[in-house]
Write a protein that binds this ligand. Sequence first.
Ligand SMILES: *Cc1c(COP(=O)(O)O)cnc(C)c1O
Length: 377
Amino acid sequence: MNNTASLSTLDINLDAVTRNYLFLNKKMKLGADCGAVVKADAYGLGAGPVAKTLYAQNCRHFFVATFDEGAAVRAVLPEALIYVLHGPHGAAEEDFAAQNLVPVLNSLPDIEYWTAFAAKTGRKQAAILHIDTGMNRLGLGRADVTKLPFDALKSLDIRYVMSHLACPDTPAHPMNRAQLELFRTLTAAMGRPFRYSLANSAGILLGEDWHFDLTRPGCGIYGINPLNEGPNPMQPVVTLSGMILQVRDIDAPGTVGYGATYPVSPPAKTATVSLGYADGYFRSLTGQGSVFIGGKKCPVVGRVSMDSIVADITALETMPRPGDMAEIIGPHQTADDVAKQAGTIGYEVLTALGNRYKRVYTGAQDESSRRNEDAAA
Ligand SMILES: *Cc1c(COP(=O)(O)O)cnc(C)c1O
């Protein structure tokens, strides 16, 4: 996977992934399972290595958005339970069954489609039922729940009934309690007991009432703060470094970058760093972002380009040299910090990271890779 032609490096600390998973797992109510959401290529960090790492910690339940994402996880985890949030779409029913991927049924037509498949195969087909309790995004509405075809449902193997929280990153938000109550009411109206799933990362931190039988943390595993405010209980997973391509001595008054928006005059020095908006360093960081060089903060000046940014290094005591690295995400600024500067959330920073980086995984992914590393040492 390593692309040796790229100059910037994305370090993914799988030991931090492990610690974050164990932290969330330890918060769980006794008897409830802690799953993991590895959609969008594990939030941009690599579904294969992340899923193997979590499986080695006894995580058995994995959520993805699409069939293709599920198939990618299946390729590395033949035994795991894998659920597809977007439902039984994007591939033939037979392919879902062949890959042993369990769709989340988000609507009455989804249920009809899946029960028809069960009838065709003469086998109970596995599924999760999703009911909406306030997101108004996916899932059966209140009226749909009263119309549930209970007889037809008997032809399905309903693993869980789930819903999704809209505001758990704000623990005091009244939606959290309201959704919990509605979830209880709607599931009670379903006549027979199922197993249930409601909480994402932030939902786990709300407390045991929200845990039910299975939780679905994503962001926290990847080091993103599940909470809107306050200290981040998770450990950082990602370090992103850009290589300094050039150090420039500004010897005449001028401007930096496209649009000539940022004036510079001597004495000034700049460093051009090898990543840009095509690498997930958002153009909205123009005038907002900073990099750290030798641990010192250097503002990004001029517009963010596709493949490069320019940092003002005039104030540095020790000048860097081409080939030195600038910290984009690391000990001095987290993915959440960069997100704030860009006017977005840490989730978007991670999922936008792109594939031009040299990716370096530290920490063991599973027992066999650990053994291989020992053998190589
Ligand atoms: C993405 C997602 C999650 C994970 O949420 P985090 O905030 O990243 O923990 C859980 N459940 C559903 C339905 C999701 O779409």
